[in-house]
Design a protein around this ligand. Structure first.
Ligand SMILES: Nc1ncnc2c1ncn2[C@@H]1O[C@H](COP(=O)(O)OP(=O)(O)O)[C@@H](O)[C@H]1O
Ligand SMILES: [Mg+2]
Length: 336
């Protein structure tokens, strides 16, 4: 068996699935300041870092990395991508360069970055500028989790929401077609290894909870092009709409694992799940690009599960049923 080294996952939050998947291939360390972040309990070791804006944040992670032979740092939220990028070689982070990290944290800058690479982005203006057409979406430049996003049918509604949302916003064409996400992975030279599109059947708070993996050549190529133009290093999720009038437009780029981690896990060929490829790259292996090679048509539908913590906030190991969730294949269907 290959040597086991450390993978440090930051801002793990609720992402029990991601931490568990890395645990199949490496010694996992979860860094999250919140003692109630459930995914810290999926890791082999959890640590409590200082706040991201604390000058000791990066030195703290460096000390953890040195102690546990960490060869990959993977942020699971948007919040520290830029500071990890700025720390450069000090940590083996799977993040893009600092300029791209900064630009993709601001959706208006992302819009111009995409256009500068000849990539499709819906018409977007700042408050005070005239939109090309209505309806529009008033959305925060630095939003996440679908927070404070408001459709506006006309100028009066637009002006109302621009004043109502208490943070910098932008005004974007309201895209009418179906929405998709493309989960892609790039190597440390910014080469796209795979790009796996899925439908967004239902989302809640920015997490996709139902969707189907599809082999749509146009979306695969869009994902690859965005990843390589931006020099993504590691995972990235590109969201796009297919509008009846203007065609594809990219509405969001997140240079981290997207809100439907299981989709590319199920779709990847054996040995080529994204966590496994990241661990292999961390080991120094070169991975051959295999863009478009994945299983498709399968649908995922997600649900909640939980941990019980005792009075000292230690996991009790108890569950509400004896052996965890029931085997779903036991269920039979009947039409009344
Ligand atoms: N231009 C748009 N047209 C239509 N719907 C949009 C548009 N922009 C965003 N949305 C909807 O709002 C959701 C959240 O917007 P998004 O840009 O992905 O921001 P974030 O995920 O960072 O909060 C999207 O998944 C999409 O359903
Ligand atoms: Mg989004």
């Amino acid at each position: 068996m290959a040597e086991r080294f450390g993978v440090l996952l930051t801002g793990v939050g609720k992402r029990y699935d991601i931490v568990s998947a890395f645990g199949e291939h490496a010694f996992t360390i979860a860094a999250d300041p919140n003692p109630l972040a459930p995914a810290r309990y999926a890791a082999d070791l959890h640590v409590t870092p200082p706040r991201i804006d604390d000058p000791d944040y990066i030195p703290f992670l460096e000390r953890v990395a040195a102690e546990h032979d960490v060869r990959a740092v993977v942020p699971l939220t948007d919040l520290d991508i830029e500071v990890l990028a700025a720390a450069g070689e000090r940590l083996p982070s799977f993040v893009p360069c600092a300029a791209v990290a900064r630009a993709t944290f601001d959706k208006y800058e992302t819009h111009h970055l995409l256009l500068s690479h000849g990539l499709p982005s819906p018409p977007t203006v700042l408050p005070g500028e005239e939109p090309q057409s209505f309806p529009v979406m008033v959305k925060p430049r630095r939003g996440s989790g679908a927070r404070s996003i408001h459709p506006a049918a006309d100028r009066a509604e637009m002006e109302f929401f621009v004043g109502y949302v208490k943070e910098p916003v932008m005004v974007q064409r309201l895209m009418d077609g179906p929405e998709f996400s493309i989960d892609l992975l790039c190597d440390l030279d910014g080469r796209c290894l795979n790009a796996i599109p899925r439908t967004m059947i239902e989302s809640r708070g920015g997490e996709s909870i139902k969707g189907t993996v599809i082999h749509d050549e146009q979306l695969i190529e869009l994902g690859r092009a965005v990843g390589e133009a931006l020099g993504v290093r590691g995972p990235c999720t590109v969201q796009a709409f297919r509008d009846a009038e203007i065609g594809l437009g990219v509405t969001d780029v997140n240079t981290r694992f997207g809100g439907a981690f299981p989709a590319p896990m199920y779709a990847a060929r054996p040995g080529r799940t994204y966590p496994e490829l990241i661990v292999r790259m961390a080991r120094g292996e070169t991975i051959e690009p295999h863009v478009g090679d994945f299983a498709h048509r399968h649908t995922f539908t997600r649900y909640f599960w939980q941990l019980e913590l005792d009075a000292d906030l230690r996991p009790t190991g108890r569950d509400i049923v004896a052996r965890g969730p029931r085997d779903p294949r036991r269920a039979s269907a009947a039409d009344a």
